[in-house]
Design a protein around this ligand. Structure first.
Ligand code: ZN
Length: 311
């Protein structure tokens, strides 16, 4: 576990209206809303975290809901273009029924690397995929409508689209310890063997694809998981040794992070398990209060007055 990448930690995307984002992920998809905070670099906007019961690494999807009417982003090269979740075998038809009920845009289930999957869009146009995965033993979060027979188990894979996969593949294999495990046309699947789940990254090579534009409905960055601060700084040295620019360690309250732009243009983060989401809320209260970093507590009233209510 030391000094190695343990699959994905979290994925962060941009959304528009905060309440609509909250409703879709907590109600329609049935994820647990585990933290309501603000963008640490822009406290006038929310930062939402959705995950499993405890906010385990590899289940965490986070959003910056910038507000209704923000410019629409565009999926393209140099970007993580699809977020893949693991769901139980046989659940896709039930998800299709659910998507019909909630007017979710989806494609009919298809198959990739021997697994059935269902592609759909969130209300802001963010592209997600549900993969039927056998033997995913992660404990699902259940809601009144989304029970264990269909509930997501956390991430399965993330897809990154590139004009040329070479530089990104090099970071995955030479720095992060991934290996190429499969190819399907222009899709190259990489995996780490340090964890059983959230272990896959797919690189899709599209030579002529235009650069993506990060705004509403697109992925902002992909975070990879390490066990602790020592491993984080070990990985930092490896990134520096590869000649890439990387930030110093940044305290994100719930984890400690580094950021660097990989050669394909995607913003990568490396994040620790510690200290976790229970640092400022008990397990049963996760997501209930507006949690602010210490530096903003003195302007809490002002911040709360400007954030849209969620219910
Ligand atoms: Zn992040």
């Amino acid at each position: 576990m030391k000094n190695t990448i343990l699959g994905m930690h979290h994925i962060t995307a941009i959304a528009g209206d905060a309440k609509r984002n909250f409703d879709f992920y907590s109600n329609v998809l049935g994820l647990r809303f585990i933290k309501k905070t603000v963008n640490f670099d822009d406290p006038g906007t929310y930062h939402f975290y959705f995950g499993d019961e405890v906010g385990s690494a590899g289940t965490i999807l986070t959003f910056f809901p910038w507000g209704a009417g923000i410019p629409q982003g565009r999926r393209g090269s140099g970007m993580a273009t699809e977020i893949g979740y693991s769901v139980p075998k046989g659940s896709l038809e039930k998800w299709v029924e659910r998507f019909e009920k909630y007017n979710v845009i989806y494609n009919k289930p298809s198959e990739r690397f021997g697994q059935r999957y269902l592609t759909f869009l969130d209300p802001d146009g963010l592209k997600l995929e549900f993969y039927e995965v056998e033997n995913d033993t992660r404990k699902p979060w259940e809601t009144d409508e989304v029970k264990a027979d269909i509930a997501t188990r956390g991430f399965h894979n993330v897809t990154i689209t590139l004009n040329n996969i070479k530089g990104t593949a090099g970071v995955l294999t030479d720095i992060f310890g991934y290996t190429l495990i499969g190819q399907d046309g222009n899709r190259y699947r990489y995996a780490v063997d340090t964890v059983d789940q959230a272990a896959l990254v797919d690189l899709v090579e599209l030579k002529d694809e235009k650069l993506g534009h990060v705004a509403n409905g697109t992925v902002h960055h992909v975070a990879f998981r390490v066990i602790d601060d020592e491993s984080l700084m070990y990985l930092r040295e490896k990134v520096v040794a590869a000649g890439l620019n990387i930030t110093p360690q940044i305290d994100r309250n719930y984890f400690h992070s580094l950021y660097f732009r990989e050669p394909g243009g995607v913003l990568f983060e490396i994040a620790t398990d510690n200290p976790g989401f229970m640092i400022d809320e008990a397990l049963e209260d996760l997501g209930k209060g507006l949690k602010l970093p210490a530096k903003y507590e003195n302007i809490r009233e002002d911040i709360e007055a400007h954030l849209a209510p969620l219910n």
